[in-house]
Structure formats: structure tokens, C-alpha cells
Design a protein around this ligand. Structure first.
Ligand code: AMP
Length: 567
């Protein structure tokens, strides 16, 4: 903590980014580059290809968006894009476009997300007006290429983001076809959370002497991870403040530090937690040394029970009273995790580390486990009922304590005796407990239910409905094929919806339909091979669960083998 006042954007100074970008980063509250940004940005600025193993949460989007934006010509007037980012899903297409807008807002960059499911007409309009960066899902990108509405002749940089997911979704051929449309001398970046052989093959074919970055490798520099009790809760972003409150109530930390990624998030969460009755103090790089010392003083003296901080501001901080470290946002790399949790459990003291992860961040959690060699137990967020039980237990404990000192109770006897003339003694006791409970703040006001997220995405096996239809066993006329439906669990799709749609629109009956697999974003359904084209044609204009969905034959995914469900 002795490094003096923090200078805005200083962490990014070494990266030689243009002032417009530095300014955007400062206003977003980014205090320093994440490890992947530190490693990737310089070679990308120098024009190298890159093969990056990095999951969501590492800051990989900024790692490629910043160098791309750095090279943007202010007076670009060409209508055709010079950057193409391919992503597996619509959700990611929107997120990545937003990131480009945020970082590039002072550069007037023209970015469009293009994905299936959105009316093609609107996309045609935007494309014809001219764009700098297109962020697209492979299927829709190929549609536009074939219509001649997306021309890739000016492309200088191609980014394949979450490449493993794109392959898993059957986009291998589309990727090849799209890459073939781009100039050979382009810069190519490939990011993937995992590096199976198929990704390696694509990298060998399409990347030129790439710089390789593997997140997690450097983590050993942080040293031996401390021995602390580690747990994680998987919750959607919207429920994080409530989840944090519940976990804190159940854990009852003497003093806790809660980590956020940016200064903005620190300020917001501090306000939220104070609004919920916690004594929280913010600690970030925008504060001067005196302000920071004051905050730490309040934590030490017990005037505050939570300090909400960024990594930069908390660096070097040593508070003996600290019992809990909470990762409100996952750190951007395993070594940052190790640094964070190293704040507790020192010198034989007991420490607890709690992590709140969003469903899509489970891979990062796994990487951290692998790198630290320690298990992080994924637990259920305490429910309202758990919280009530815990609060009642606290009231019970304090009543039990006051019963030990019975002398002190004597002068209440007259109250109990007079009440017992008219009331049952048990009822009197119950009323007294109620009063004690309420006056100690034991009532659980927050009734918000947090939906349970059963298991992180990806780890969860796809739901496979084994059906008795002839198709499952090969069918009377022999072969079966699988059809791909671009809707899945996220759209609320169940096996019966798929059977209903197929049977309703085509000549097949329910029992002709074989095994059904439903994963988060898509579904696969076995049908007799002889009927496949007919089913695809008849479903072209229909909706499933109110959504228009792509329906096509499952694409071969290489090596001839049909993919097995993940397990
Ligand atoms: P990503 O891995 O690209 O999905 O980014 C994960 C999150 O980290 C996003 O919410 C970003 O806004 C945030 N982020 C990216 N870079 C930084 C940084 N240098 N400092 C703080 N937050 C960051």
C-alpha cells in the first residue's frame, strides 16, 4: 500500500495505446491490464498472429479489441469491414460488439453484430451503410457472404473467439469457408478455452507462426497457494448482490475483503451493500493514500465489516483481523486468485475464500482448481429458509447465553407471572422469543428467491431422451441421421416440444423419432434418413417454443465419427 496515489490508466501506460483508448479504459475503471492483455497486446500491435488459450473472464475481449482499435484509420471511408470476429453465439456477438463500442467510443468505430435469428433485412441495411468491424456467428456470416452482402476482401484481421465452442456446435466447415474468403496476408487470432487436436489443426492451417499464450502457465509464480477453505457459488449476475448478502450472513465474517474487477464495480457494490445494511467501505486506485489508510483503519477497528476493493488497491494489504476473502468477480487469472486468497489464512490462522461465479465462468473456476491443485467446493447459495434457520439459531444461542446468568433475569419474573395468569407459559415464551428475534434484526426481509443453477454449463451432460421409436434402433428402412435445431435448453426447449414440432409439420409420427439431445443452445434429434430432407423443408417456416430456429442436417464434425455427448 505504500506506492502513493495511483495515476489514472498508469497500468496500461507500457502498452503504448493511443490516448482515446487510454481514456476509455480509465472511464471504465480498468486499473491495469489483465495477464492476457499484458501478454497479447504487444505482439498483436506488432502484427503477429496469435493462438491464445483463454476462457471467459480473463479479459480476452479487450486483449484483441484494443489492438484492433489502435490500428483503426480515423478517415476510413471504405464500406467493407477490415475486421471480422467470429463467435459461436448470438449472446457473445452482442457482448463483443458492445465491448468494441465501449473501448472505441472516441474513435467513431462502426461495429455490427450479425447473427441468426435477427431479421436479415436490418443487417443488410447496416452492412450497406459501411462498417469497420463485423462480429458474426459463422452460419449467418456465410449467408451474407453467399448473398454478396458481406465482402471480406478488405479484411486485415480475423478473430476466432471461443473456437472450441464453434467446433462443438458443428461450425468447422463454415469457418473454413469463411476464412477462404479473406485475404491470405491477414492477421489471424484464435482464442479457445481448450486446445483439442482439432483446434491445433485449424491453427496449423490458418495461422502463420503465431505467438502462443496459455493462461494458467505463469500461475506458479504466485507461489504455493495458501491453505484456506475455498468454496464457490454459481449465480447469475443479477442475483449476485443478494447471493453475497446471504453468504455473508451465513459465514458471519469478522472482517472481509470483497474483490471486484473495476473501480466502477467497487463503487456500485459498496453502495448496494450499504443500502442493505452492511458497513462497507470502498477501496480503489482512484483514492489517495490518506483515504485508503482511513478505510483500512475502519476495517481494523471493526467500524467497517467489509472492504470492497480492486486488486490494484488491495495490493500489499495486510490486515490481521481479515477472516474472509470474497471474489465477487472472478479474477482474470489463476495467480490473481492465489494473491487474493493469500490475504487470509496467514500464520496458521483460519481463512475462508468465497467465489461468486457466473454460469459461463465455470471453466475459469476449473482452471484455477487445476493450477492451484486445490479443490473449490461448489455450494448452493443459502435459501431464504436457510437464512431464517441460521438467524433463529443465533437468537437461540443468545437466549441460551442469557439463561446462564439467571440472577439477571429475576426482575422479569413479575412480568412472566402476571402474564401466566391469563396465558399458557409456552405462549409467553414464544412471544418473548419473537420480540428478542425481531429486535436483534433476525427477521429476514429479503424474500428474493435465487434460482438454482444445477451445474455449470458444459460440465453438465446433455439431456438425452432415449426414445423407443424405430429410429432409435435404426428404423425399418435402415439409417438414421441427426438433425440440428438451433434452439436448446436456454429457450426452454424440452423433448416433447421437438417431437411436437416435427410431428406437427412433417409426415413423421412421434414414434418415428429417435434419440433427442438437448444442450444449452441447440438440440439434436434422430430421424429416419429417408425423411430427413422432408422434415427440414417442412420445418423451415415454423417456430419452436415461439422461436424461429435453424433446422438442418447435423454437419459432420471431422474424423468421420459422430460426436458423443460430453460427459
Ligand atoms: P472477457 O474475458 O473478455 O469476457 O472479460 C471479462 C470481464 O473483465 C469483462 O466484464 C470486462 O469488462 C472485464 N475486464 C477486461 N479487462 C479488464 C481490466 N484490465 N480490468 C478490469 N476489468 C477488465
Amino acid at each position: 500500500m505504500g506506492e502513493g496515489p495511483y495515476v489514472d490508466g498508469a497500468g496500461f501506460a507500457d502498452l503504448q495505446l493511443r490516448p482515446e483508448l487510454r481514456k476509455a479504459l480509465t472511464s471504465l475503471g480498468y486499473e491495469e491490464p489483465t495477464p492476457i492483455q499484458r501478454e497479447a497486446i504487444p505482439p498483436l500491435l506488432a502484427g503477429h498472429d496469435l493462438l491464445g488459450q483463454a476462457a471467459t473472464g480473463t479479459g480476452k475481449t479487450a486483449a484483441f479489441a484494443l489492438p484492433v482499435l489502435q490500428h483503426l484509420d480515423g478517415d476510413r471511408s471504405l464500406p467493407d469491414p477490415y475486421v471480422l470476429v467470429l463467435v459461436p453465439t448470438r449472446e457473445l456477438a452482442v457482448q463483443v460488439s458492445q465491448a468494441f463500442h465501449r473501448y472505441g467510443r472516441d474513435l467513431g468505430v462502426r461495429v455490427v453484430p450479425i447473427y441468426g435469428g435477427q431479421p436479415i433485412g436490418r443487417q443488410l441495411q447496416v452492412l450497406s451503410r459501411g462498417v469497420d468491424v463485423v462480429v458474426a456467428t459463422p452460419g449467418r456470416a456465410l449467408d451474407h457472404i453467399r448473398r454478396g452482402t458481406l465482402r471480406l476482401g478488405e479484411v486485415r484481421t480475423v478473430v476466432l473467439d471461443e473456437a472450441d465452442e464453434m467446433l462443438d456446435m458443428g461450425f468447422a466447415e463454415d469457418l473454413e469457408a469463411i476464412l477462404d474468403e479473406t485475404p491470405a496476408q491477414r492477421q489471424t487470432l484464435l482464442f479457445s478455452a481448450t486446445m483439442p487436436a482439432r483446434i491445433d489443426a485449424i491453427a496449423r492451417r490458418h495461422l502463420r507462426d503465431p505467438v502462443r499464450i496459455e493462461m494458467g502457465r505463469a500461475a506458479t509464480a504466485a507461489g504455493e497457494p495458501p491453505r484456506v477453505r475455498q468454496s464457490a457459488y454459481v449465480v447469475a449476475r443479477a442475483h449476485k448482490p443478494t447471493a453475497l448478502g446471504r453468504v455473508l450472513d451465513v459465514e458471519s465474517p469478522a472482517a472481509a475483503i470483497v474483490f471486484c474487477r473495476t473501480r466502477e464495480e467497487v463503487d456500485q457494490l459498496t453502495e448496494t451493500m450499504n443500502g442493505r445494511g452492511y458497513r462497507a467501505e470502498a477501496l480503489h486506485g482512484g483514492m489517495n493514500q490518506e483515504q485508503r489508510d482511513r478505510v483500512m483503519g475502519r476495517l481494523r477497528s471493526g467500524t467497517a465489516d467489509l472492504v470492497i476493493a480492486t486488486d490494484v488497491a488491495a495490493r500489499g494489504l495486510d490486515v490481521e483481523q481479515l477472516t474472509h476473502v470474497v471474489n465477487y468477480h472472478l479474477p482474470s487469472a489463476p495467480d490473481a486468485y492465489v494473491h487474493r486468497i493469500g490475504r487470509v489464512g496467514r500464520a496458521g490462522r483460519e481463512g475462508v475464500a468465497v467465489t461468486l461465479a457466473e454460469p459461463r465462468e465455470h471453466r475459469m473456476l476449473k482452471t484455477i482448481e487445476k493450477v492451484t491443485g486445490q479443490r473449490i467446493a461448489v455450494e448452493k447459495v443459502p435459501t431464504v429458509a436457510d437464512l431464517r434457520a441460521r438467524r433463529l439459531e443465533l437468537t437461540r444461542a443468545s437466549l441460551a447465553e442469557s439463561l446462564l446468568d439467571s440472577d439477571d433475569l429475576e426482575h422479569y419474573r413479575v412480568v412472566v407471572e402476571s402474564l401466566s395468569d391469563e396465558h399458557d407459559l409456552m405462549d409467553v415464551a414464544l412471544a418473548a422469543v419473537k420480540l428478542a428475534h425481531e429486535s436483534s434484526g433476525g427477521e429476514v426481509a429479503d424474500e428474493e428467491e435465487i434460482p438454482e443453477i444445477a451445474e455449470p454449463r458444459g460440465k453438465r451432460p446433455r439431456e438425452v431422451a432415449r426414445r423407443g421409436g424405430p429410429a432409435a434402433g435404426g428404423g425399418p428402412d435402415g439409417d438414421v441421421v441427426r438433425l440440428f435445431f438451433g434452439v436448446g435448453r436456454r429457450a426452454g426447449v424440452r423433448p416433447q416440444d421437438l417431437v411436437g414440432a416435427i410431428a406437427g409439420e412433417s409426415h413423421l409420427r412421434g414414434r418415428d423419432i429417435g434419440a433427442i439431445e438437448i444442450s444449452d443452445r441447440f438440440s439434436l434429434v434422430e430421424v429416419p434418413a429417408s425423411a430427413a430432407d422432408d422434415v427440414v423443408a417442412s420445418l423451415r417456416r415454423s417456430t419452436i417454443k415461439g422461436k424461429k430456429a435453424t433446422v438442418r442436417r447435423e454437419r459432420p464434425t471431422g474424423a468421420g465419427a459422430r460426436r458423443r455427448p460430453h460427459s
